[in-house]
Design a protein around this ligand. Structure first.
Ligand code: ATP
Ligand code: MG
Length: 400
């Protein structure tokens, strides 16, 4: 008897022509996340099997953060012999009894049609063997304490009792690349996670305002990047343009209620340039309609007006409680609530404009050298590569 991990995927199974690419990407992400070799991963119709040399339970925990995985199970693998199948089923039943199970059911599936018994026959024969070995167990086909799944496949027979839920969704990378405006707040990391769940490879840009905002705030965003990198199954690139000059200039020409909207417009201009240079199909933010005074339809439109690029706002319809619940589940919440201020807290007007008029905003910007400010931020762009393990590896430093 050997062990394997059986991985089920769902949504991606129905994507017709795209299916091979989806599976290929899922396998690649699984290998990246687990560090397994090519030989340890086997792809069969509708299933992925891992044959790890290490602790299978640990691997299942890791798979819980790989999008595209619907569920996984640690399985016993035996050859196509009824006697061996029964032995393995009895072993699994014995473990279940030790955990308190009193009733069971066998659920056989036979995709390997050369096996001489039907699923029903397998159910009966294996059920009999279990009853014989463990007389304290009873069969209950409706609500059993334990279901022993028996999958007869061409490669062998796989038996398992537990399905560990995966995160579902689509494998990261199949739905393009997006550049997330990542602050140190609660919302934007959740927005990034939502996009990754839909198969988008997300990298991030954080606008940093030294010396008004300390290094701690930047480290906090790097830490959020590290958590997101775990879900991304790959390194996440974090772009950090300096934002101080823009904030100082804006606060010089505009009245405080309009600061937020002008800052945001500058962020989108800079982000768009990064997206152009590094090939991102969309920008993304953590905004949700009406959550704070500044996030009204008029204001969002006024920000969108500065770029032609698609801006994704996956949290648009969620309320704060729902976002917090997700942030906790993802693991970003505890970091997000650390008390290091981000740039917008510092230059936050007490009464932000809720219905910014584009003409008014543009008139104020006409008093600034917008292209130069954008260029100047880009010239001093820092770039970090963030993985789950390495908080930050600098791959490019400021050019000035
Ligand atoms: P968050 O919790 O994501 O900060 P929020 O509700 O606090 O969101 P704001 O702080 O007004 O809202 O920011 C709105 C959005 O603008 C954020 O979700 C984020 O996408 C972007 N953003 C704000 N500040 C920054 C920053 N310093 N760097 C990058 N993006 C930012
Ligand atoms: Mg914020």
């Amino acid at each position: 008897m050997t062990h394997a991990i059986l991985i089920r995927y769902d949504e991606i199974g129905i994507k017709g022509k795209n299916r091979p690419e989806f599976v290929r990407r899922l396998v690649e992400n699984i290998r990246r996340a687990t560090g397994l070799s090519k030989e340890e991963v086997q792809v069969e119709w509708g299933r992925i099997y891992l044959h790890p040399s290490g602790d299978p339970q640990k691997l299942c925990d890791r798979l819980a953060a790989v999008f595209g995985v619907k569920s996984c199970s640690v399985a016993l693998v035996v050859p196509h012999e009824l006697e061996r199948i029964c032995e393995a089923a009895v072993e699994l039943a014995r473990r279940a009894v030790a955990r308190g199970a009193r009733t069971f059911k066998i659920e056989a599936r036979r995709s390997f049609k050369a096996f001489p018994m039907t699923s029903m026959e397998i159910n009966r024969a294996v059920g009999r063997a279990v009853l014989h070995a463990l007389p304290e167990l009873r069969v209950d086909v409706h609500a059993p304490d334990v279901t022993i799944e028996v999958e007869v496949r061409s490669e062998g027979v796989f038996l398992c009792t537990e399905r560990i839920a995966g995160p579902g969704g689509l494998p990261v990378g199949v739905a393009g690349r997006a550049l997330l405006l990542l602050s140190g707040g609660i919302d934007s990391p959740v927005a990034g996670w939502m996009l990754m769940k839909r198969g988008v490879a997300v990298d991030a840009v954080y606008f940093h305002s030294p010396p008004y905002v300390g290094e701690k705030a930047k480290e906090k965003v790097l830490e959020l990047g590290r958590i997101l990198a775990r879900w991304r199954a790959d390194a996440l690139t974090l772009y950090v343009p300096p934002f101080t000059e823009i904030q100082v200039e804006v606060s010089r020409v505009a009245p405080p209620p309009l600061w937020t909207i002008l800052f945001r417009r500058f962020m989108h201009r800079v982000a768009e340039r990064i997206a152009e240079q590094y090939g991102y199909g969309a920008l993304a933010t953590g905004e949700s309609l009406g959550q704070v005074a500044s996030q009204t339809m008029e204001n969002l439109a006024c920000v969108d007006a500065v770029t032609r690029r698609l801006v994704l706002r996956p949290l648009i319809g969620l309320d704060k409680a729902e976002i917090v619940r997700l942030a906790r589940a993802i693991g970003t919440y505890e970091v997000s609530i650390l008390p290091y201020e981000d740039c917008c807290v510092l230059f936050a007007p007490r009464h932000p404009e809720t219905h910014a008029r584009r003409e008014r905003v543009e008139a104020l910007e006409a008093r600034l050298d917008v292209p130069r400010l954008v260029e100047s931020a880009l010239e001093r762009l820092e770039i970090f590569s963030v993985t789950e393990r390495d908080v930050s590896a600098v791959v490019a430093s400021p050019s000035t």
